[in-house]
Design a protein around this ligand. Structure first.
Ligand SMILES: Cc1ncc(COP(=O)(O)O)c(C=O)c1O
Length: 381
């Protein structure tokens, strides 16, 4: 199979990740639940993973890296744990349902007021809209770092500056950028960074978390066993235990920790450079083909950063039918449909057709890209 669905999950993982998970499965006890060697082995791996995450994302303290099972859980923890009755939040049309649904739920259950910065037909936003939408009760801005439909990046540093000028909490969904776009929470003014382990970080599914900035108070979303302060009726107040009830996925975190090493060894810039070359090769091979339409702002000449996604449609063919034809006729895996990003598809005008998303990873090759180009040309021909 030629796997070009890396924005959904990276299927090829580095060998060191596979080995770390296999080793963990036979050597680890329960982290923070004892002082025997098995428990300590798990605790050490979890701590190392927090340190590596803090380093990669510019989080001010490793103990403010709180693990969750993915970015969806991290975003739920952040939004449910910060927003109160009567608050106003600002988000964007670029968001995934992992942001939209918590916001809609808070709207229904806590009377949250929400405004969305609109995206244009290219899926791009006007940053002045954030200023325009701020109200006296605005408490938080939550924004995607990169669209999982178009691959276009959002200038989070610019939004962070606006947020802090108005004393707002800034939450970022880094699902599509962690591991393949440089992130520095402190330099970018990010208060809470939510990440997932199984995409651009090349870690296992079931890993991810939220990095909590200085002074940000998040109420626990779930409460329960932590291995510490067991006689207290309340969840411990200190991060990371405040947000981590229940046994951690230390087997997965062993893989994530190895994945951080992999990303650090190769370098985020080198990874993104490799992916960009493949993305550009694909774009150049398909964008002039009769009947092919490419979505988003795909200006490449100015070297502007973007993630390695190219989303297309072929004529008026249903995106699901095209993706099936690619899988069955050519052995190429892509992702059609709505990509859990309903507002973005409304902006792009692709609600009925969806789009076929091709997304590239460090492990893809030029030969695979050329096979995908040939397949698209044949289907369009
Ligand atoms: C932009 C964005 N946000 C959030 C998510 C949710 O990630 P996960 O399923 O790992 O929680 C995704 C996954 O596709 C995504 O692309």
């Amino acid at each position: 199979m030629i796997y070009l669905d890396n924005a959904a999950t990276t299927m090829k993982k580095p060998d060191c990740v596979v080995e770390a998970v296999a080793r963990a499965l036979t050597t680890m006890g329960n982290a923070s639940r004892g002082a025997h060697s098995g428990s300590l082995a798990a605790s050490r791996v979890d701590l190392a993973c927090r340190q590596k995450a803090a380093r990669l994302f510019g989080c001010w303290r490793p103990d403010h890296v709180c693990f969750a099972s993915n970015s969806t859980e991290a975003l739920n923890i952040a939004l449910m744990g910060i927003l109160n009755e009567g608050d106003h939040a600002i988000s964007t049309d670029l968001e995934h349902n992992s942001v939209l649904r918590p916001l809609y739920r808070l709207q229904a259950e806590r009377g949250l007021q929400v405004d969305f910065v609109p995206a244009d037909r290219l899926g791009m936003i006007d940053y002045d809209d954030f200023e325009r939408l701020i109200k006296p009760n605005t408490r938080l801005i939550v924004a995607n770092h990169a669209s999982n439909v178009t691959g276009n990046l959002v200038d989070v540093a610019r939004i962070g500056k606006i947020a802090h000028e108005h004393d707002l909490i800034f939450v970022v969904d880094a699902s599509q950028t962690a591991g393949c776009v440089p992130i520095d929470m402190q330099a970018m003014g990010i208060d809470v960074l939510c990440f997932t382990g199984h995409k651009g970080l090349y870690g296992p599914q079931g890993t991810g978390g939220l990095c909590v900035g200085k002074g940000v108070e998040i109420r626990p979303w779930k409460v329960g066993g932590t291995g510490v302060q067991s006689y207290s009726k309340a969840q411990p107040a200190d991060y990371p235990t405040r947000l981590e009830a229940g046994t951690l996925n230390s087997h997965g975190l062993a893989g994530l920790s190895a994945a951080f090493d992999f990303v650090e060894d190769i370098g985020v810039t080198a990874i993104s450079h490799h992916e960009r070359i493949l993305m550009q090769r694909f774009y150049e091979g398909v964008h002039n083909v009769d009947g092919v339409k490419v979505y988003g702002d795909i200006t490449l000449e100015d070297g502007r950063e973007r993630t390695a996604i190219v989303s297309i449609n072929i004529r008026d063919y249903d995106s699901g039918a095209v993706s099936d034809a690619l899988a069955e006729g050519y052995g190429i895996a892509t992702r059609p449909g709505a990509h859990c990003a309903p507002r973005m598809h409304q902006a792009l005008g692709t609600v009925d057709q969806g789009v076929v998303r091709f997304s590239f990873s460090y492990f893809n090759t030029a030969a695979e890209v050329d096979a995908a180009i040939a397949a698209v040309r044949e289907i369009a021909g």
